[in-house]
Design a binder for this molecule. Structure first.
Ligand code: 4AD
Ligand code: MG
Length: 476
């Protein structure tokens, strides 16, 4: 018989029909009741096995084992579920020795422990929920752009450029470490390398997306990006996924509207399509908050937080205003910030979180950053000091989106590149867009794991990507 997904059985609540279900045993009670999960939803189906089931089979039904059940869906007599499966026959597909199985599902393993067994953590309710929500968000992102006529552009993973100019790149090479060819001046001769030049993993698909936007008008990328920055924080990964729309003819205000629309759309989509998972994650958060001292607990539950974002316009302020607010804040006056505040600083996460969590209590879009702390491609404002940058700061996370209107004026762009020692010659292809039919345009990057963190209420970015890559960690 063809397999029926547990989600479908639980959802339609019909009874008195034959099914085959397959999945992994979450628990086995009284040699009779199997809680079975197949990952299609957070809920388990209760399978009731007949009392005359073979003793050898009963022995091998244990938490973690995989089974196939043929049976009848009936109305459940027990509490907690409307329907259950009365087994006609049960086959153990794969046994699971409870003494060796690292996942003791019953006694709530810590997230830290689960990170060490990331290959098995999908089998927990929490990670099942997180990765279903992650999937939904990815789908919603594609749907959002597709519905608006954007072209999904696949930008390269291996590149020769440093889009952000921050020099935080992983090298890509096939040259032997112990016997690399050298130039006369002692430097490595990358002409002999696979691509005939030095290459690296991309830090952003933006520059290539800009090339596409100069013909297709509306494009977006959604792919893995890599940063060799040594930041061991709950919000940084060395390999993360980024969504980067790039739109010809958009200015910084259109850019803000697009980003706000996108964030609201995907949050709403998750609320509508993953409500069970989000309710579970909300409860998980409530339980976690109970461990914290009263004054550190968040006032809002997960669902309320998401609804608050949906129902309020994001605050829009300039960088100069943000600094002013920080300087006037009680936190600053009482010297609560670890890092100093003055016009020109690259705001630290504590500053960003003060603005969104304490001051505005909703997402904030900050524009007009000092040009010194932003990338070369951002459009220079008339004041000569700031650029048309925009960062979106989210409660509990800090920066979730970074973007800008781009400098479309060739002379201004090359001048800024020279100032910042960006190789103008090598980047001729980028500058060609400004030479041949340049137009105002704008775009941004949304850190995918950061929005997954926000929507799931998880607190460590390592827990929202299946296999995190962080400094000193590339297990699995
Ligand atoms: O602000 P960033 O560096 O901007 C860019 O890369 C631009 N090229 C984007 C664009 O305009 N097309 O990165 C964009 C976002 C950040 O706001 C953050 O959400 C996320 O990417 N991000 C990271 N997420 C996880 N781990 C890291 N190490 C991240 N670095 C940036
Ligand atoms: Mg940024």
């Amino acid at each position: 018989m063809k397999r029926t997904k547990i989600k479908d059985i639980l959802q339609n609540e019909q009874t008195d029909y034959k099914v085959n279900v397959k999945g992994w045993v979450r628990s086995f009670r009284n040699n009779q009741f199997v809680a079975l999960n197949d990952g299609s939803c957070i809920g388990n189906i209760q399978v009731v096995i007949t009392l005359d089931t073979d003793e050898a089979i009963i022995k091998s039904i244990a938490t973690g084992a995989s089974v196939s059940v043929d049976g009848t869906v009936i109305a459940s007599l027990g509490k907690g579920q409307k329907v259950e499966v009365k087994a006609d026959s049960i086959t153990v597909l794969g046994e699971c020795n409870p003494e060796q199985f690292p996942l003791q599902l019953k006694n709530r393993p810590s997230l830290e422990y689960l990170r060490e067994i990331a290959h098995l953590r999908f089998r927990t309710n929490t990670f099942g929920a997180v990765f279903r929500v992650r999937h939904t968000l990815a789908y919603a992102i594609h749907k959002f752009f597709n519905d608006r006529g954007f072209v999904y552009l696949h930008t390269p993973v291996v590149t020769a450029s440093d889009a952000e100019g921050a020099g935080e790149m992983f090298k890509v090479t096939t040259l032997p470490f112990d016997d690399a060819p050298h130039n006369e001046d002692g430097s490595i001769n990358f002409k002999e390398d696979f691509f005939g030049r030095a290459t690296n993993l991309t830090v952003s698909g933006q520059l290539e997306a800009e090339l596409g936007a100069m013909a297709l008008s509306e494009v977006y990328t959604f792919g893995p990006t890599f940063r060799a920055e040594n930041s061991n924080t709950p919000r940084h990964l060395a390999e993360f996924w980024m969504i980067e729309p790039e739109v010809a003819f958009n200015d910084i205000y259109d850019n803000m509207d697009l980003a706000e629309d996108l964030l609201k759309y995907i949050i709403d989509y998750a609320l509508q399509n993953n409500r069970e998972d989000l309710d579970f994650l909300a409860q998980r958060l409530v339980d976690e908050e109970k461990q914290k001292p009263q004054n550190e607990r968040s006032e809002l539950g997960l669902i309320e937080k998401l609804e608050l974002v949906l129902n309020n316009k994001f605050e829009r302020i300039t960088y100069t205003e943000a600094i002013q607010i920080l300087l006037e804040s009680p936190a600053y006056k009482k010297k609560k910030f670890q890092y100093d505040v003055s016009w020109g600083i690259d705001m630290q996460s504590e500053h960003e979180r003060y603005l969104v969590e304490k001051h505005f209590k909703k997402p904030v879009i900050v524009t007009g950053y000092p040009k010194e702390i932003k990338a070369f491609y951002m459009r220079q404002n008339d004041d000569g000091k700031t650029v048309a940058a925009m960062d979106i700061l989210a409660p509990g996370i800090g920066e979730i989106v970074g973007g800008s209107q781009r400098e479309e004026r060739l002379d201004k762009l090359t001048q800024r590149m020279n100032e910042m020692h960006i190789p103008v010659d090598e980047m001729y292809w980028y500058l060609d867009t400004r030479r041949f039919g340049t137009v105002p345009h704008a775009g941004f990057g949304l850190g995918f794991e950061r929005i997954v963190l926000f929507v799931t209420g998880m607190t460590n970015i390592r827990d929202v990507i299946p296999f995190p890559r962080t400094p000193k960690n590339a297990e699995f």
